[in-house]
Design a protein around this ligand. Structure first.
Ligand code: SAM
Length: 206
């Protein structure tokens, strides 16, 4: 059942359709992803906390039901802001009590946050098939104070094949992104009975 849910999410025809599907899924997301051994939120939150998130102001971009925010809060982030375009997912995130602020917005559009206002950005399960393309990465980096960090989870195939590796190479030159940590590949989610290799990447932004 849970793997079919992911297939159903990946089959969204456009952003509005994806938003509707997440609204409909919100109530069962945590149970379904638990059944798929979803471990990326904990792994990414820990890496974010180790690179400036602890004691800092952190944006959880595409926060969903709040799994990353809960881990950030437990690990000592001072202030946690969540953004998502699905009101249904945000409603579940609100129930966690982990977020100081929750904003409904699309990552594909200008975000309602001041440039240079964050110590860290973390985004998990968002830059993937049929979700968010590499284009908003530059704007997310621009929300960081000088020396702030951005931590992102990627399936290995998505990072390689959907333009993310190329986008980061450009950001290294144009915006001073420098790699701080790339985790070892690990099956942070299971699909159709097989672990999907994923990594968590952290860059410092000039
Ligand atoms: C796979 S879920 C990940 C949720 C959470 N980060 C986690 O790790 O469990 C992807 C999330 O990205 C959100 N999302 C997808 N496209 C988005 C967009 N363009 N703007 C804002 N949120 C988006 C969805 O609503 C959903 O909550």
């Amino acid at each position: 059942m849970s793997a079919e849910r992911l297939d159903w999410i990946y089959a969204a025809t456009d952003a509005a359709d994806l938003q509707r599907r997440y609204d409909a899924w919100a109530e069962h997301y945590d149970a379904d992803m638990g059944a798929l051994d979803w471990a990326a939120p904990g792994a990414a939150a820990a890496q974010c906390l180790a690179h400036g998130g602890r004691g800092g102001v952190v944006l959880d971009a595409g926060c969903g039901t709040g799994q990353v925010g809960v881990a950030l809060r437990a690990g000592g982030a001072a202030r946690v802001i969540g953004i998502d375009f699905s009101a249904g997912m945000l409603g579940r995130a609100a129930l966690t009590g982990a977020y100081d602020e929750l904003l409904q917005a699309s990552l594909a559009e200008a975000l309602p946050l001041a440039p240079g206002s964050l110590d860290a950005v973390v985004s998990v399960g968002v830059f993937t098939f049929g979700h968010v393309s590499p284009e908003p990465l530059a704007a997310l980096g621009g929300l960081l104070r000088p020396g702030g960090t951005i931590t992102l989870s990627f399936r290995d195939d998505v990072f390689r094949d959907l333009g993310f590796a190329a986008a980061v190479a450009v950001l290294r030159e144009s915006a001073g992104w420098s790699l701080l940590q790339c985790s070892e590949p690990a099956p942070l989610v299971t699909e159709h009975g097989e672990g999907v290799p994923m990594r968590v990447w952290t860059w410092r932004v000039r």
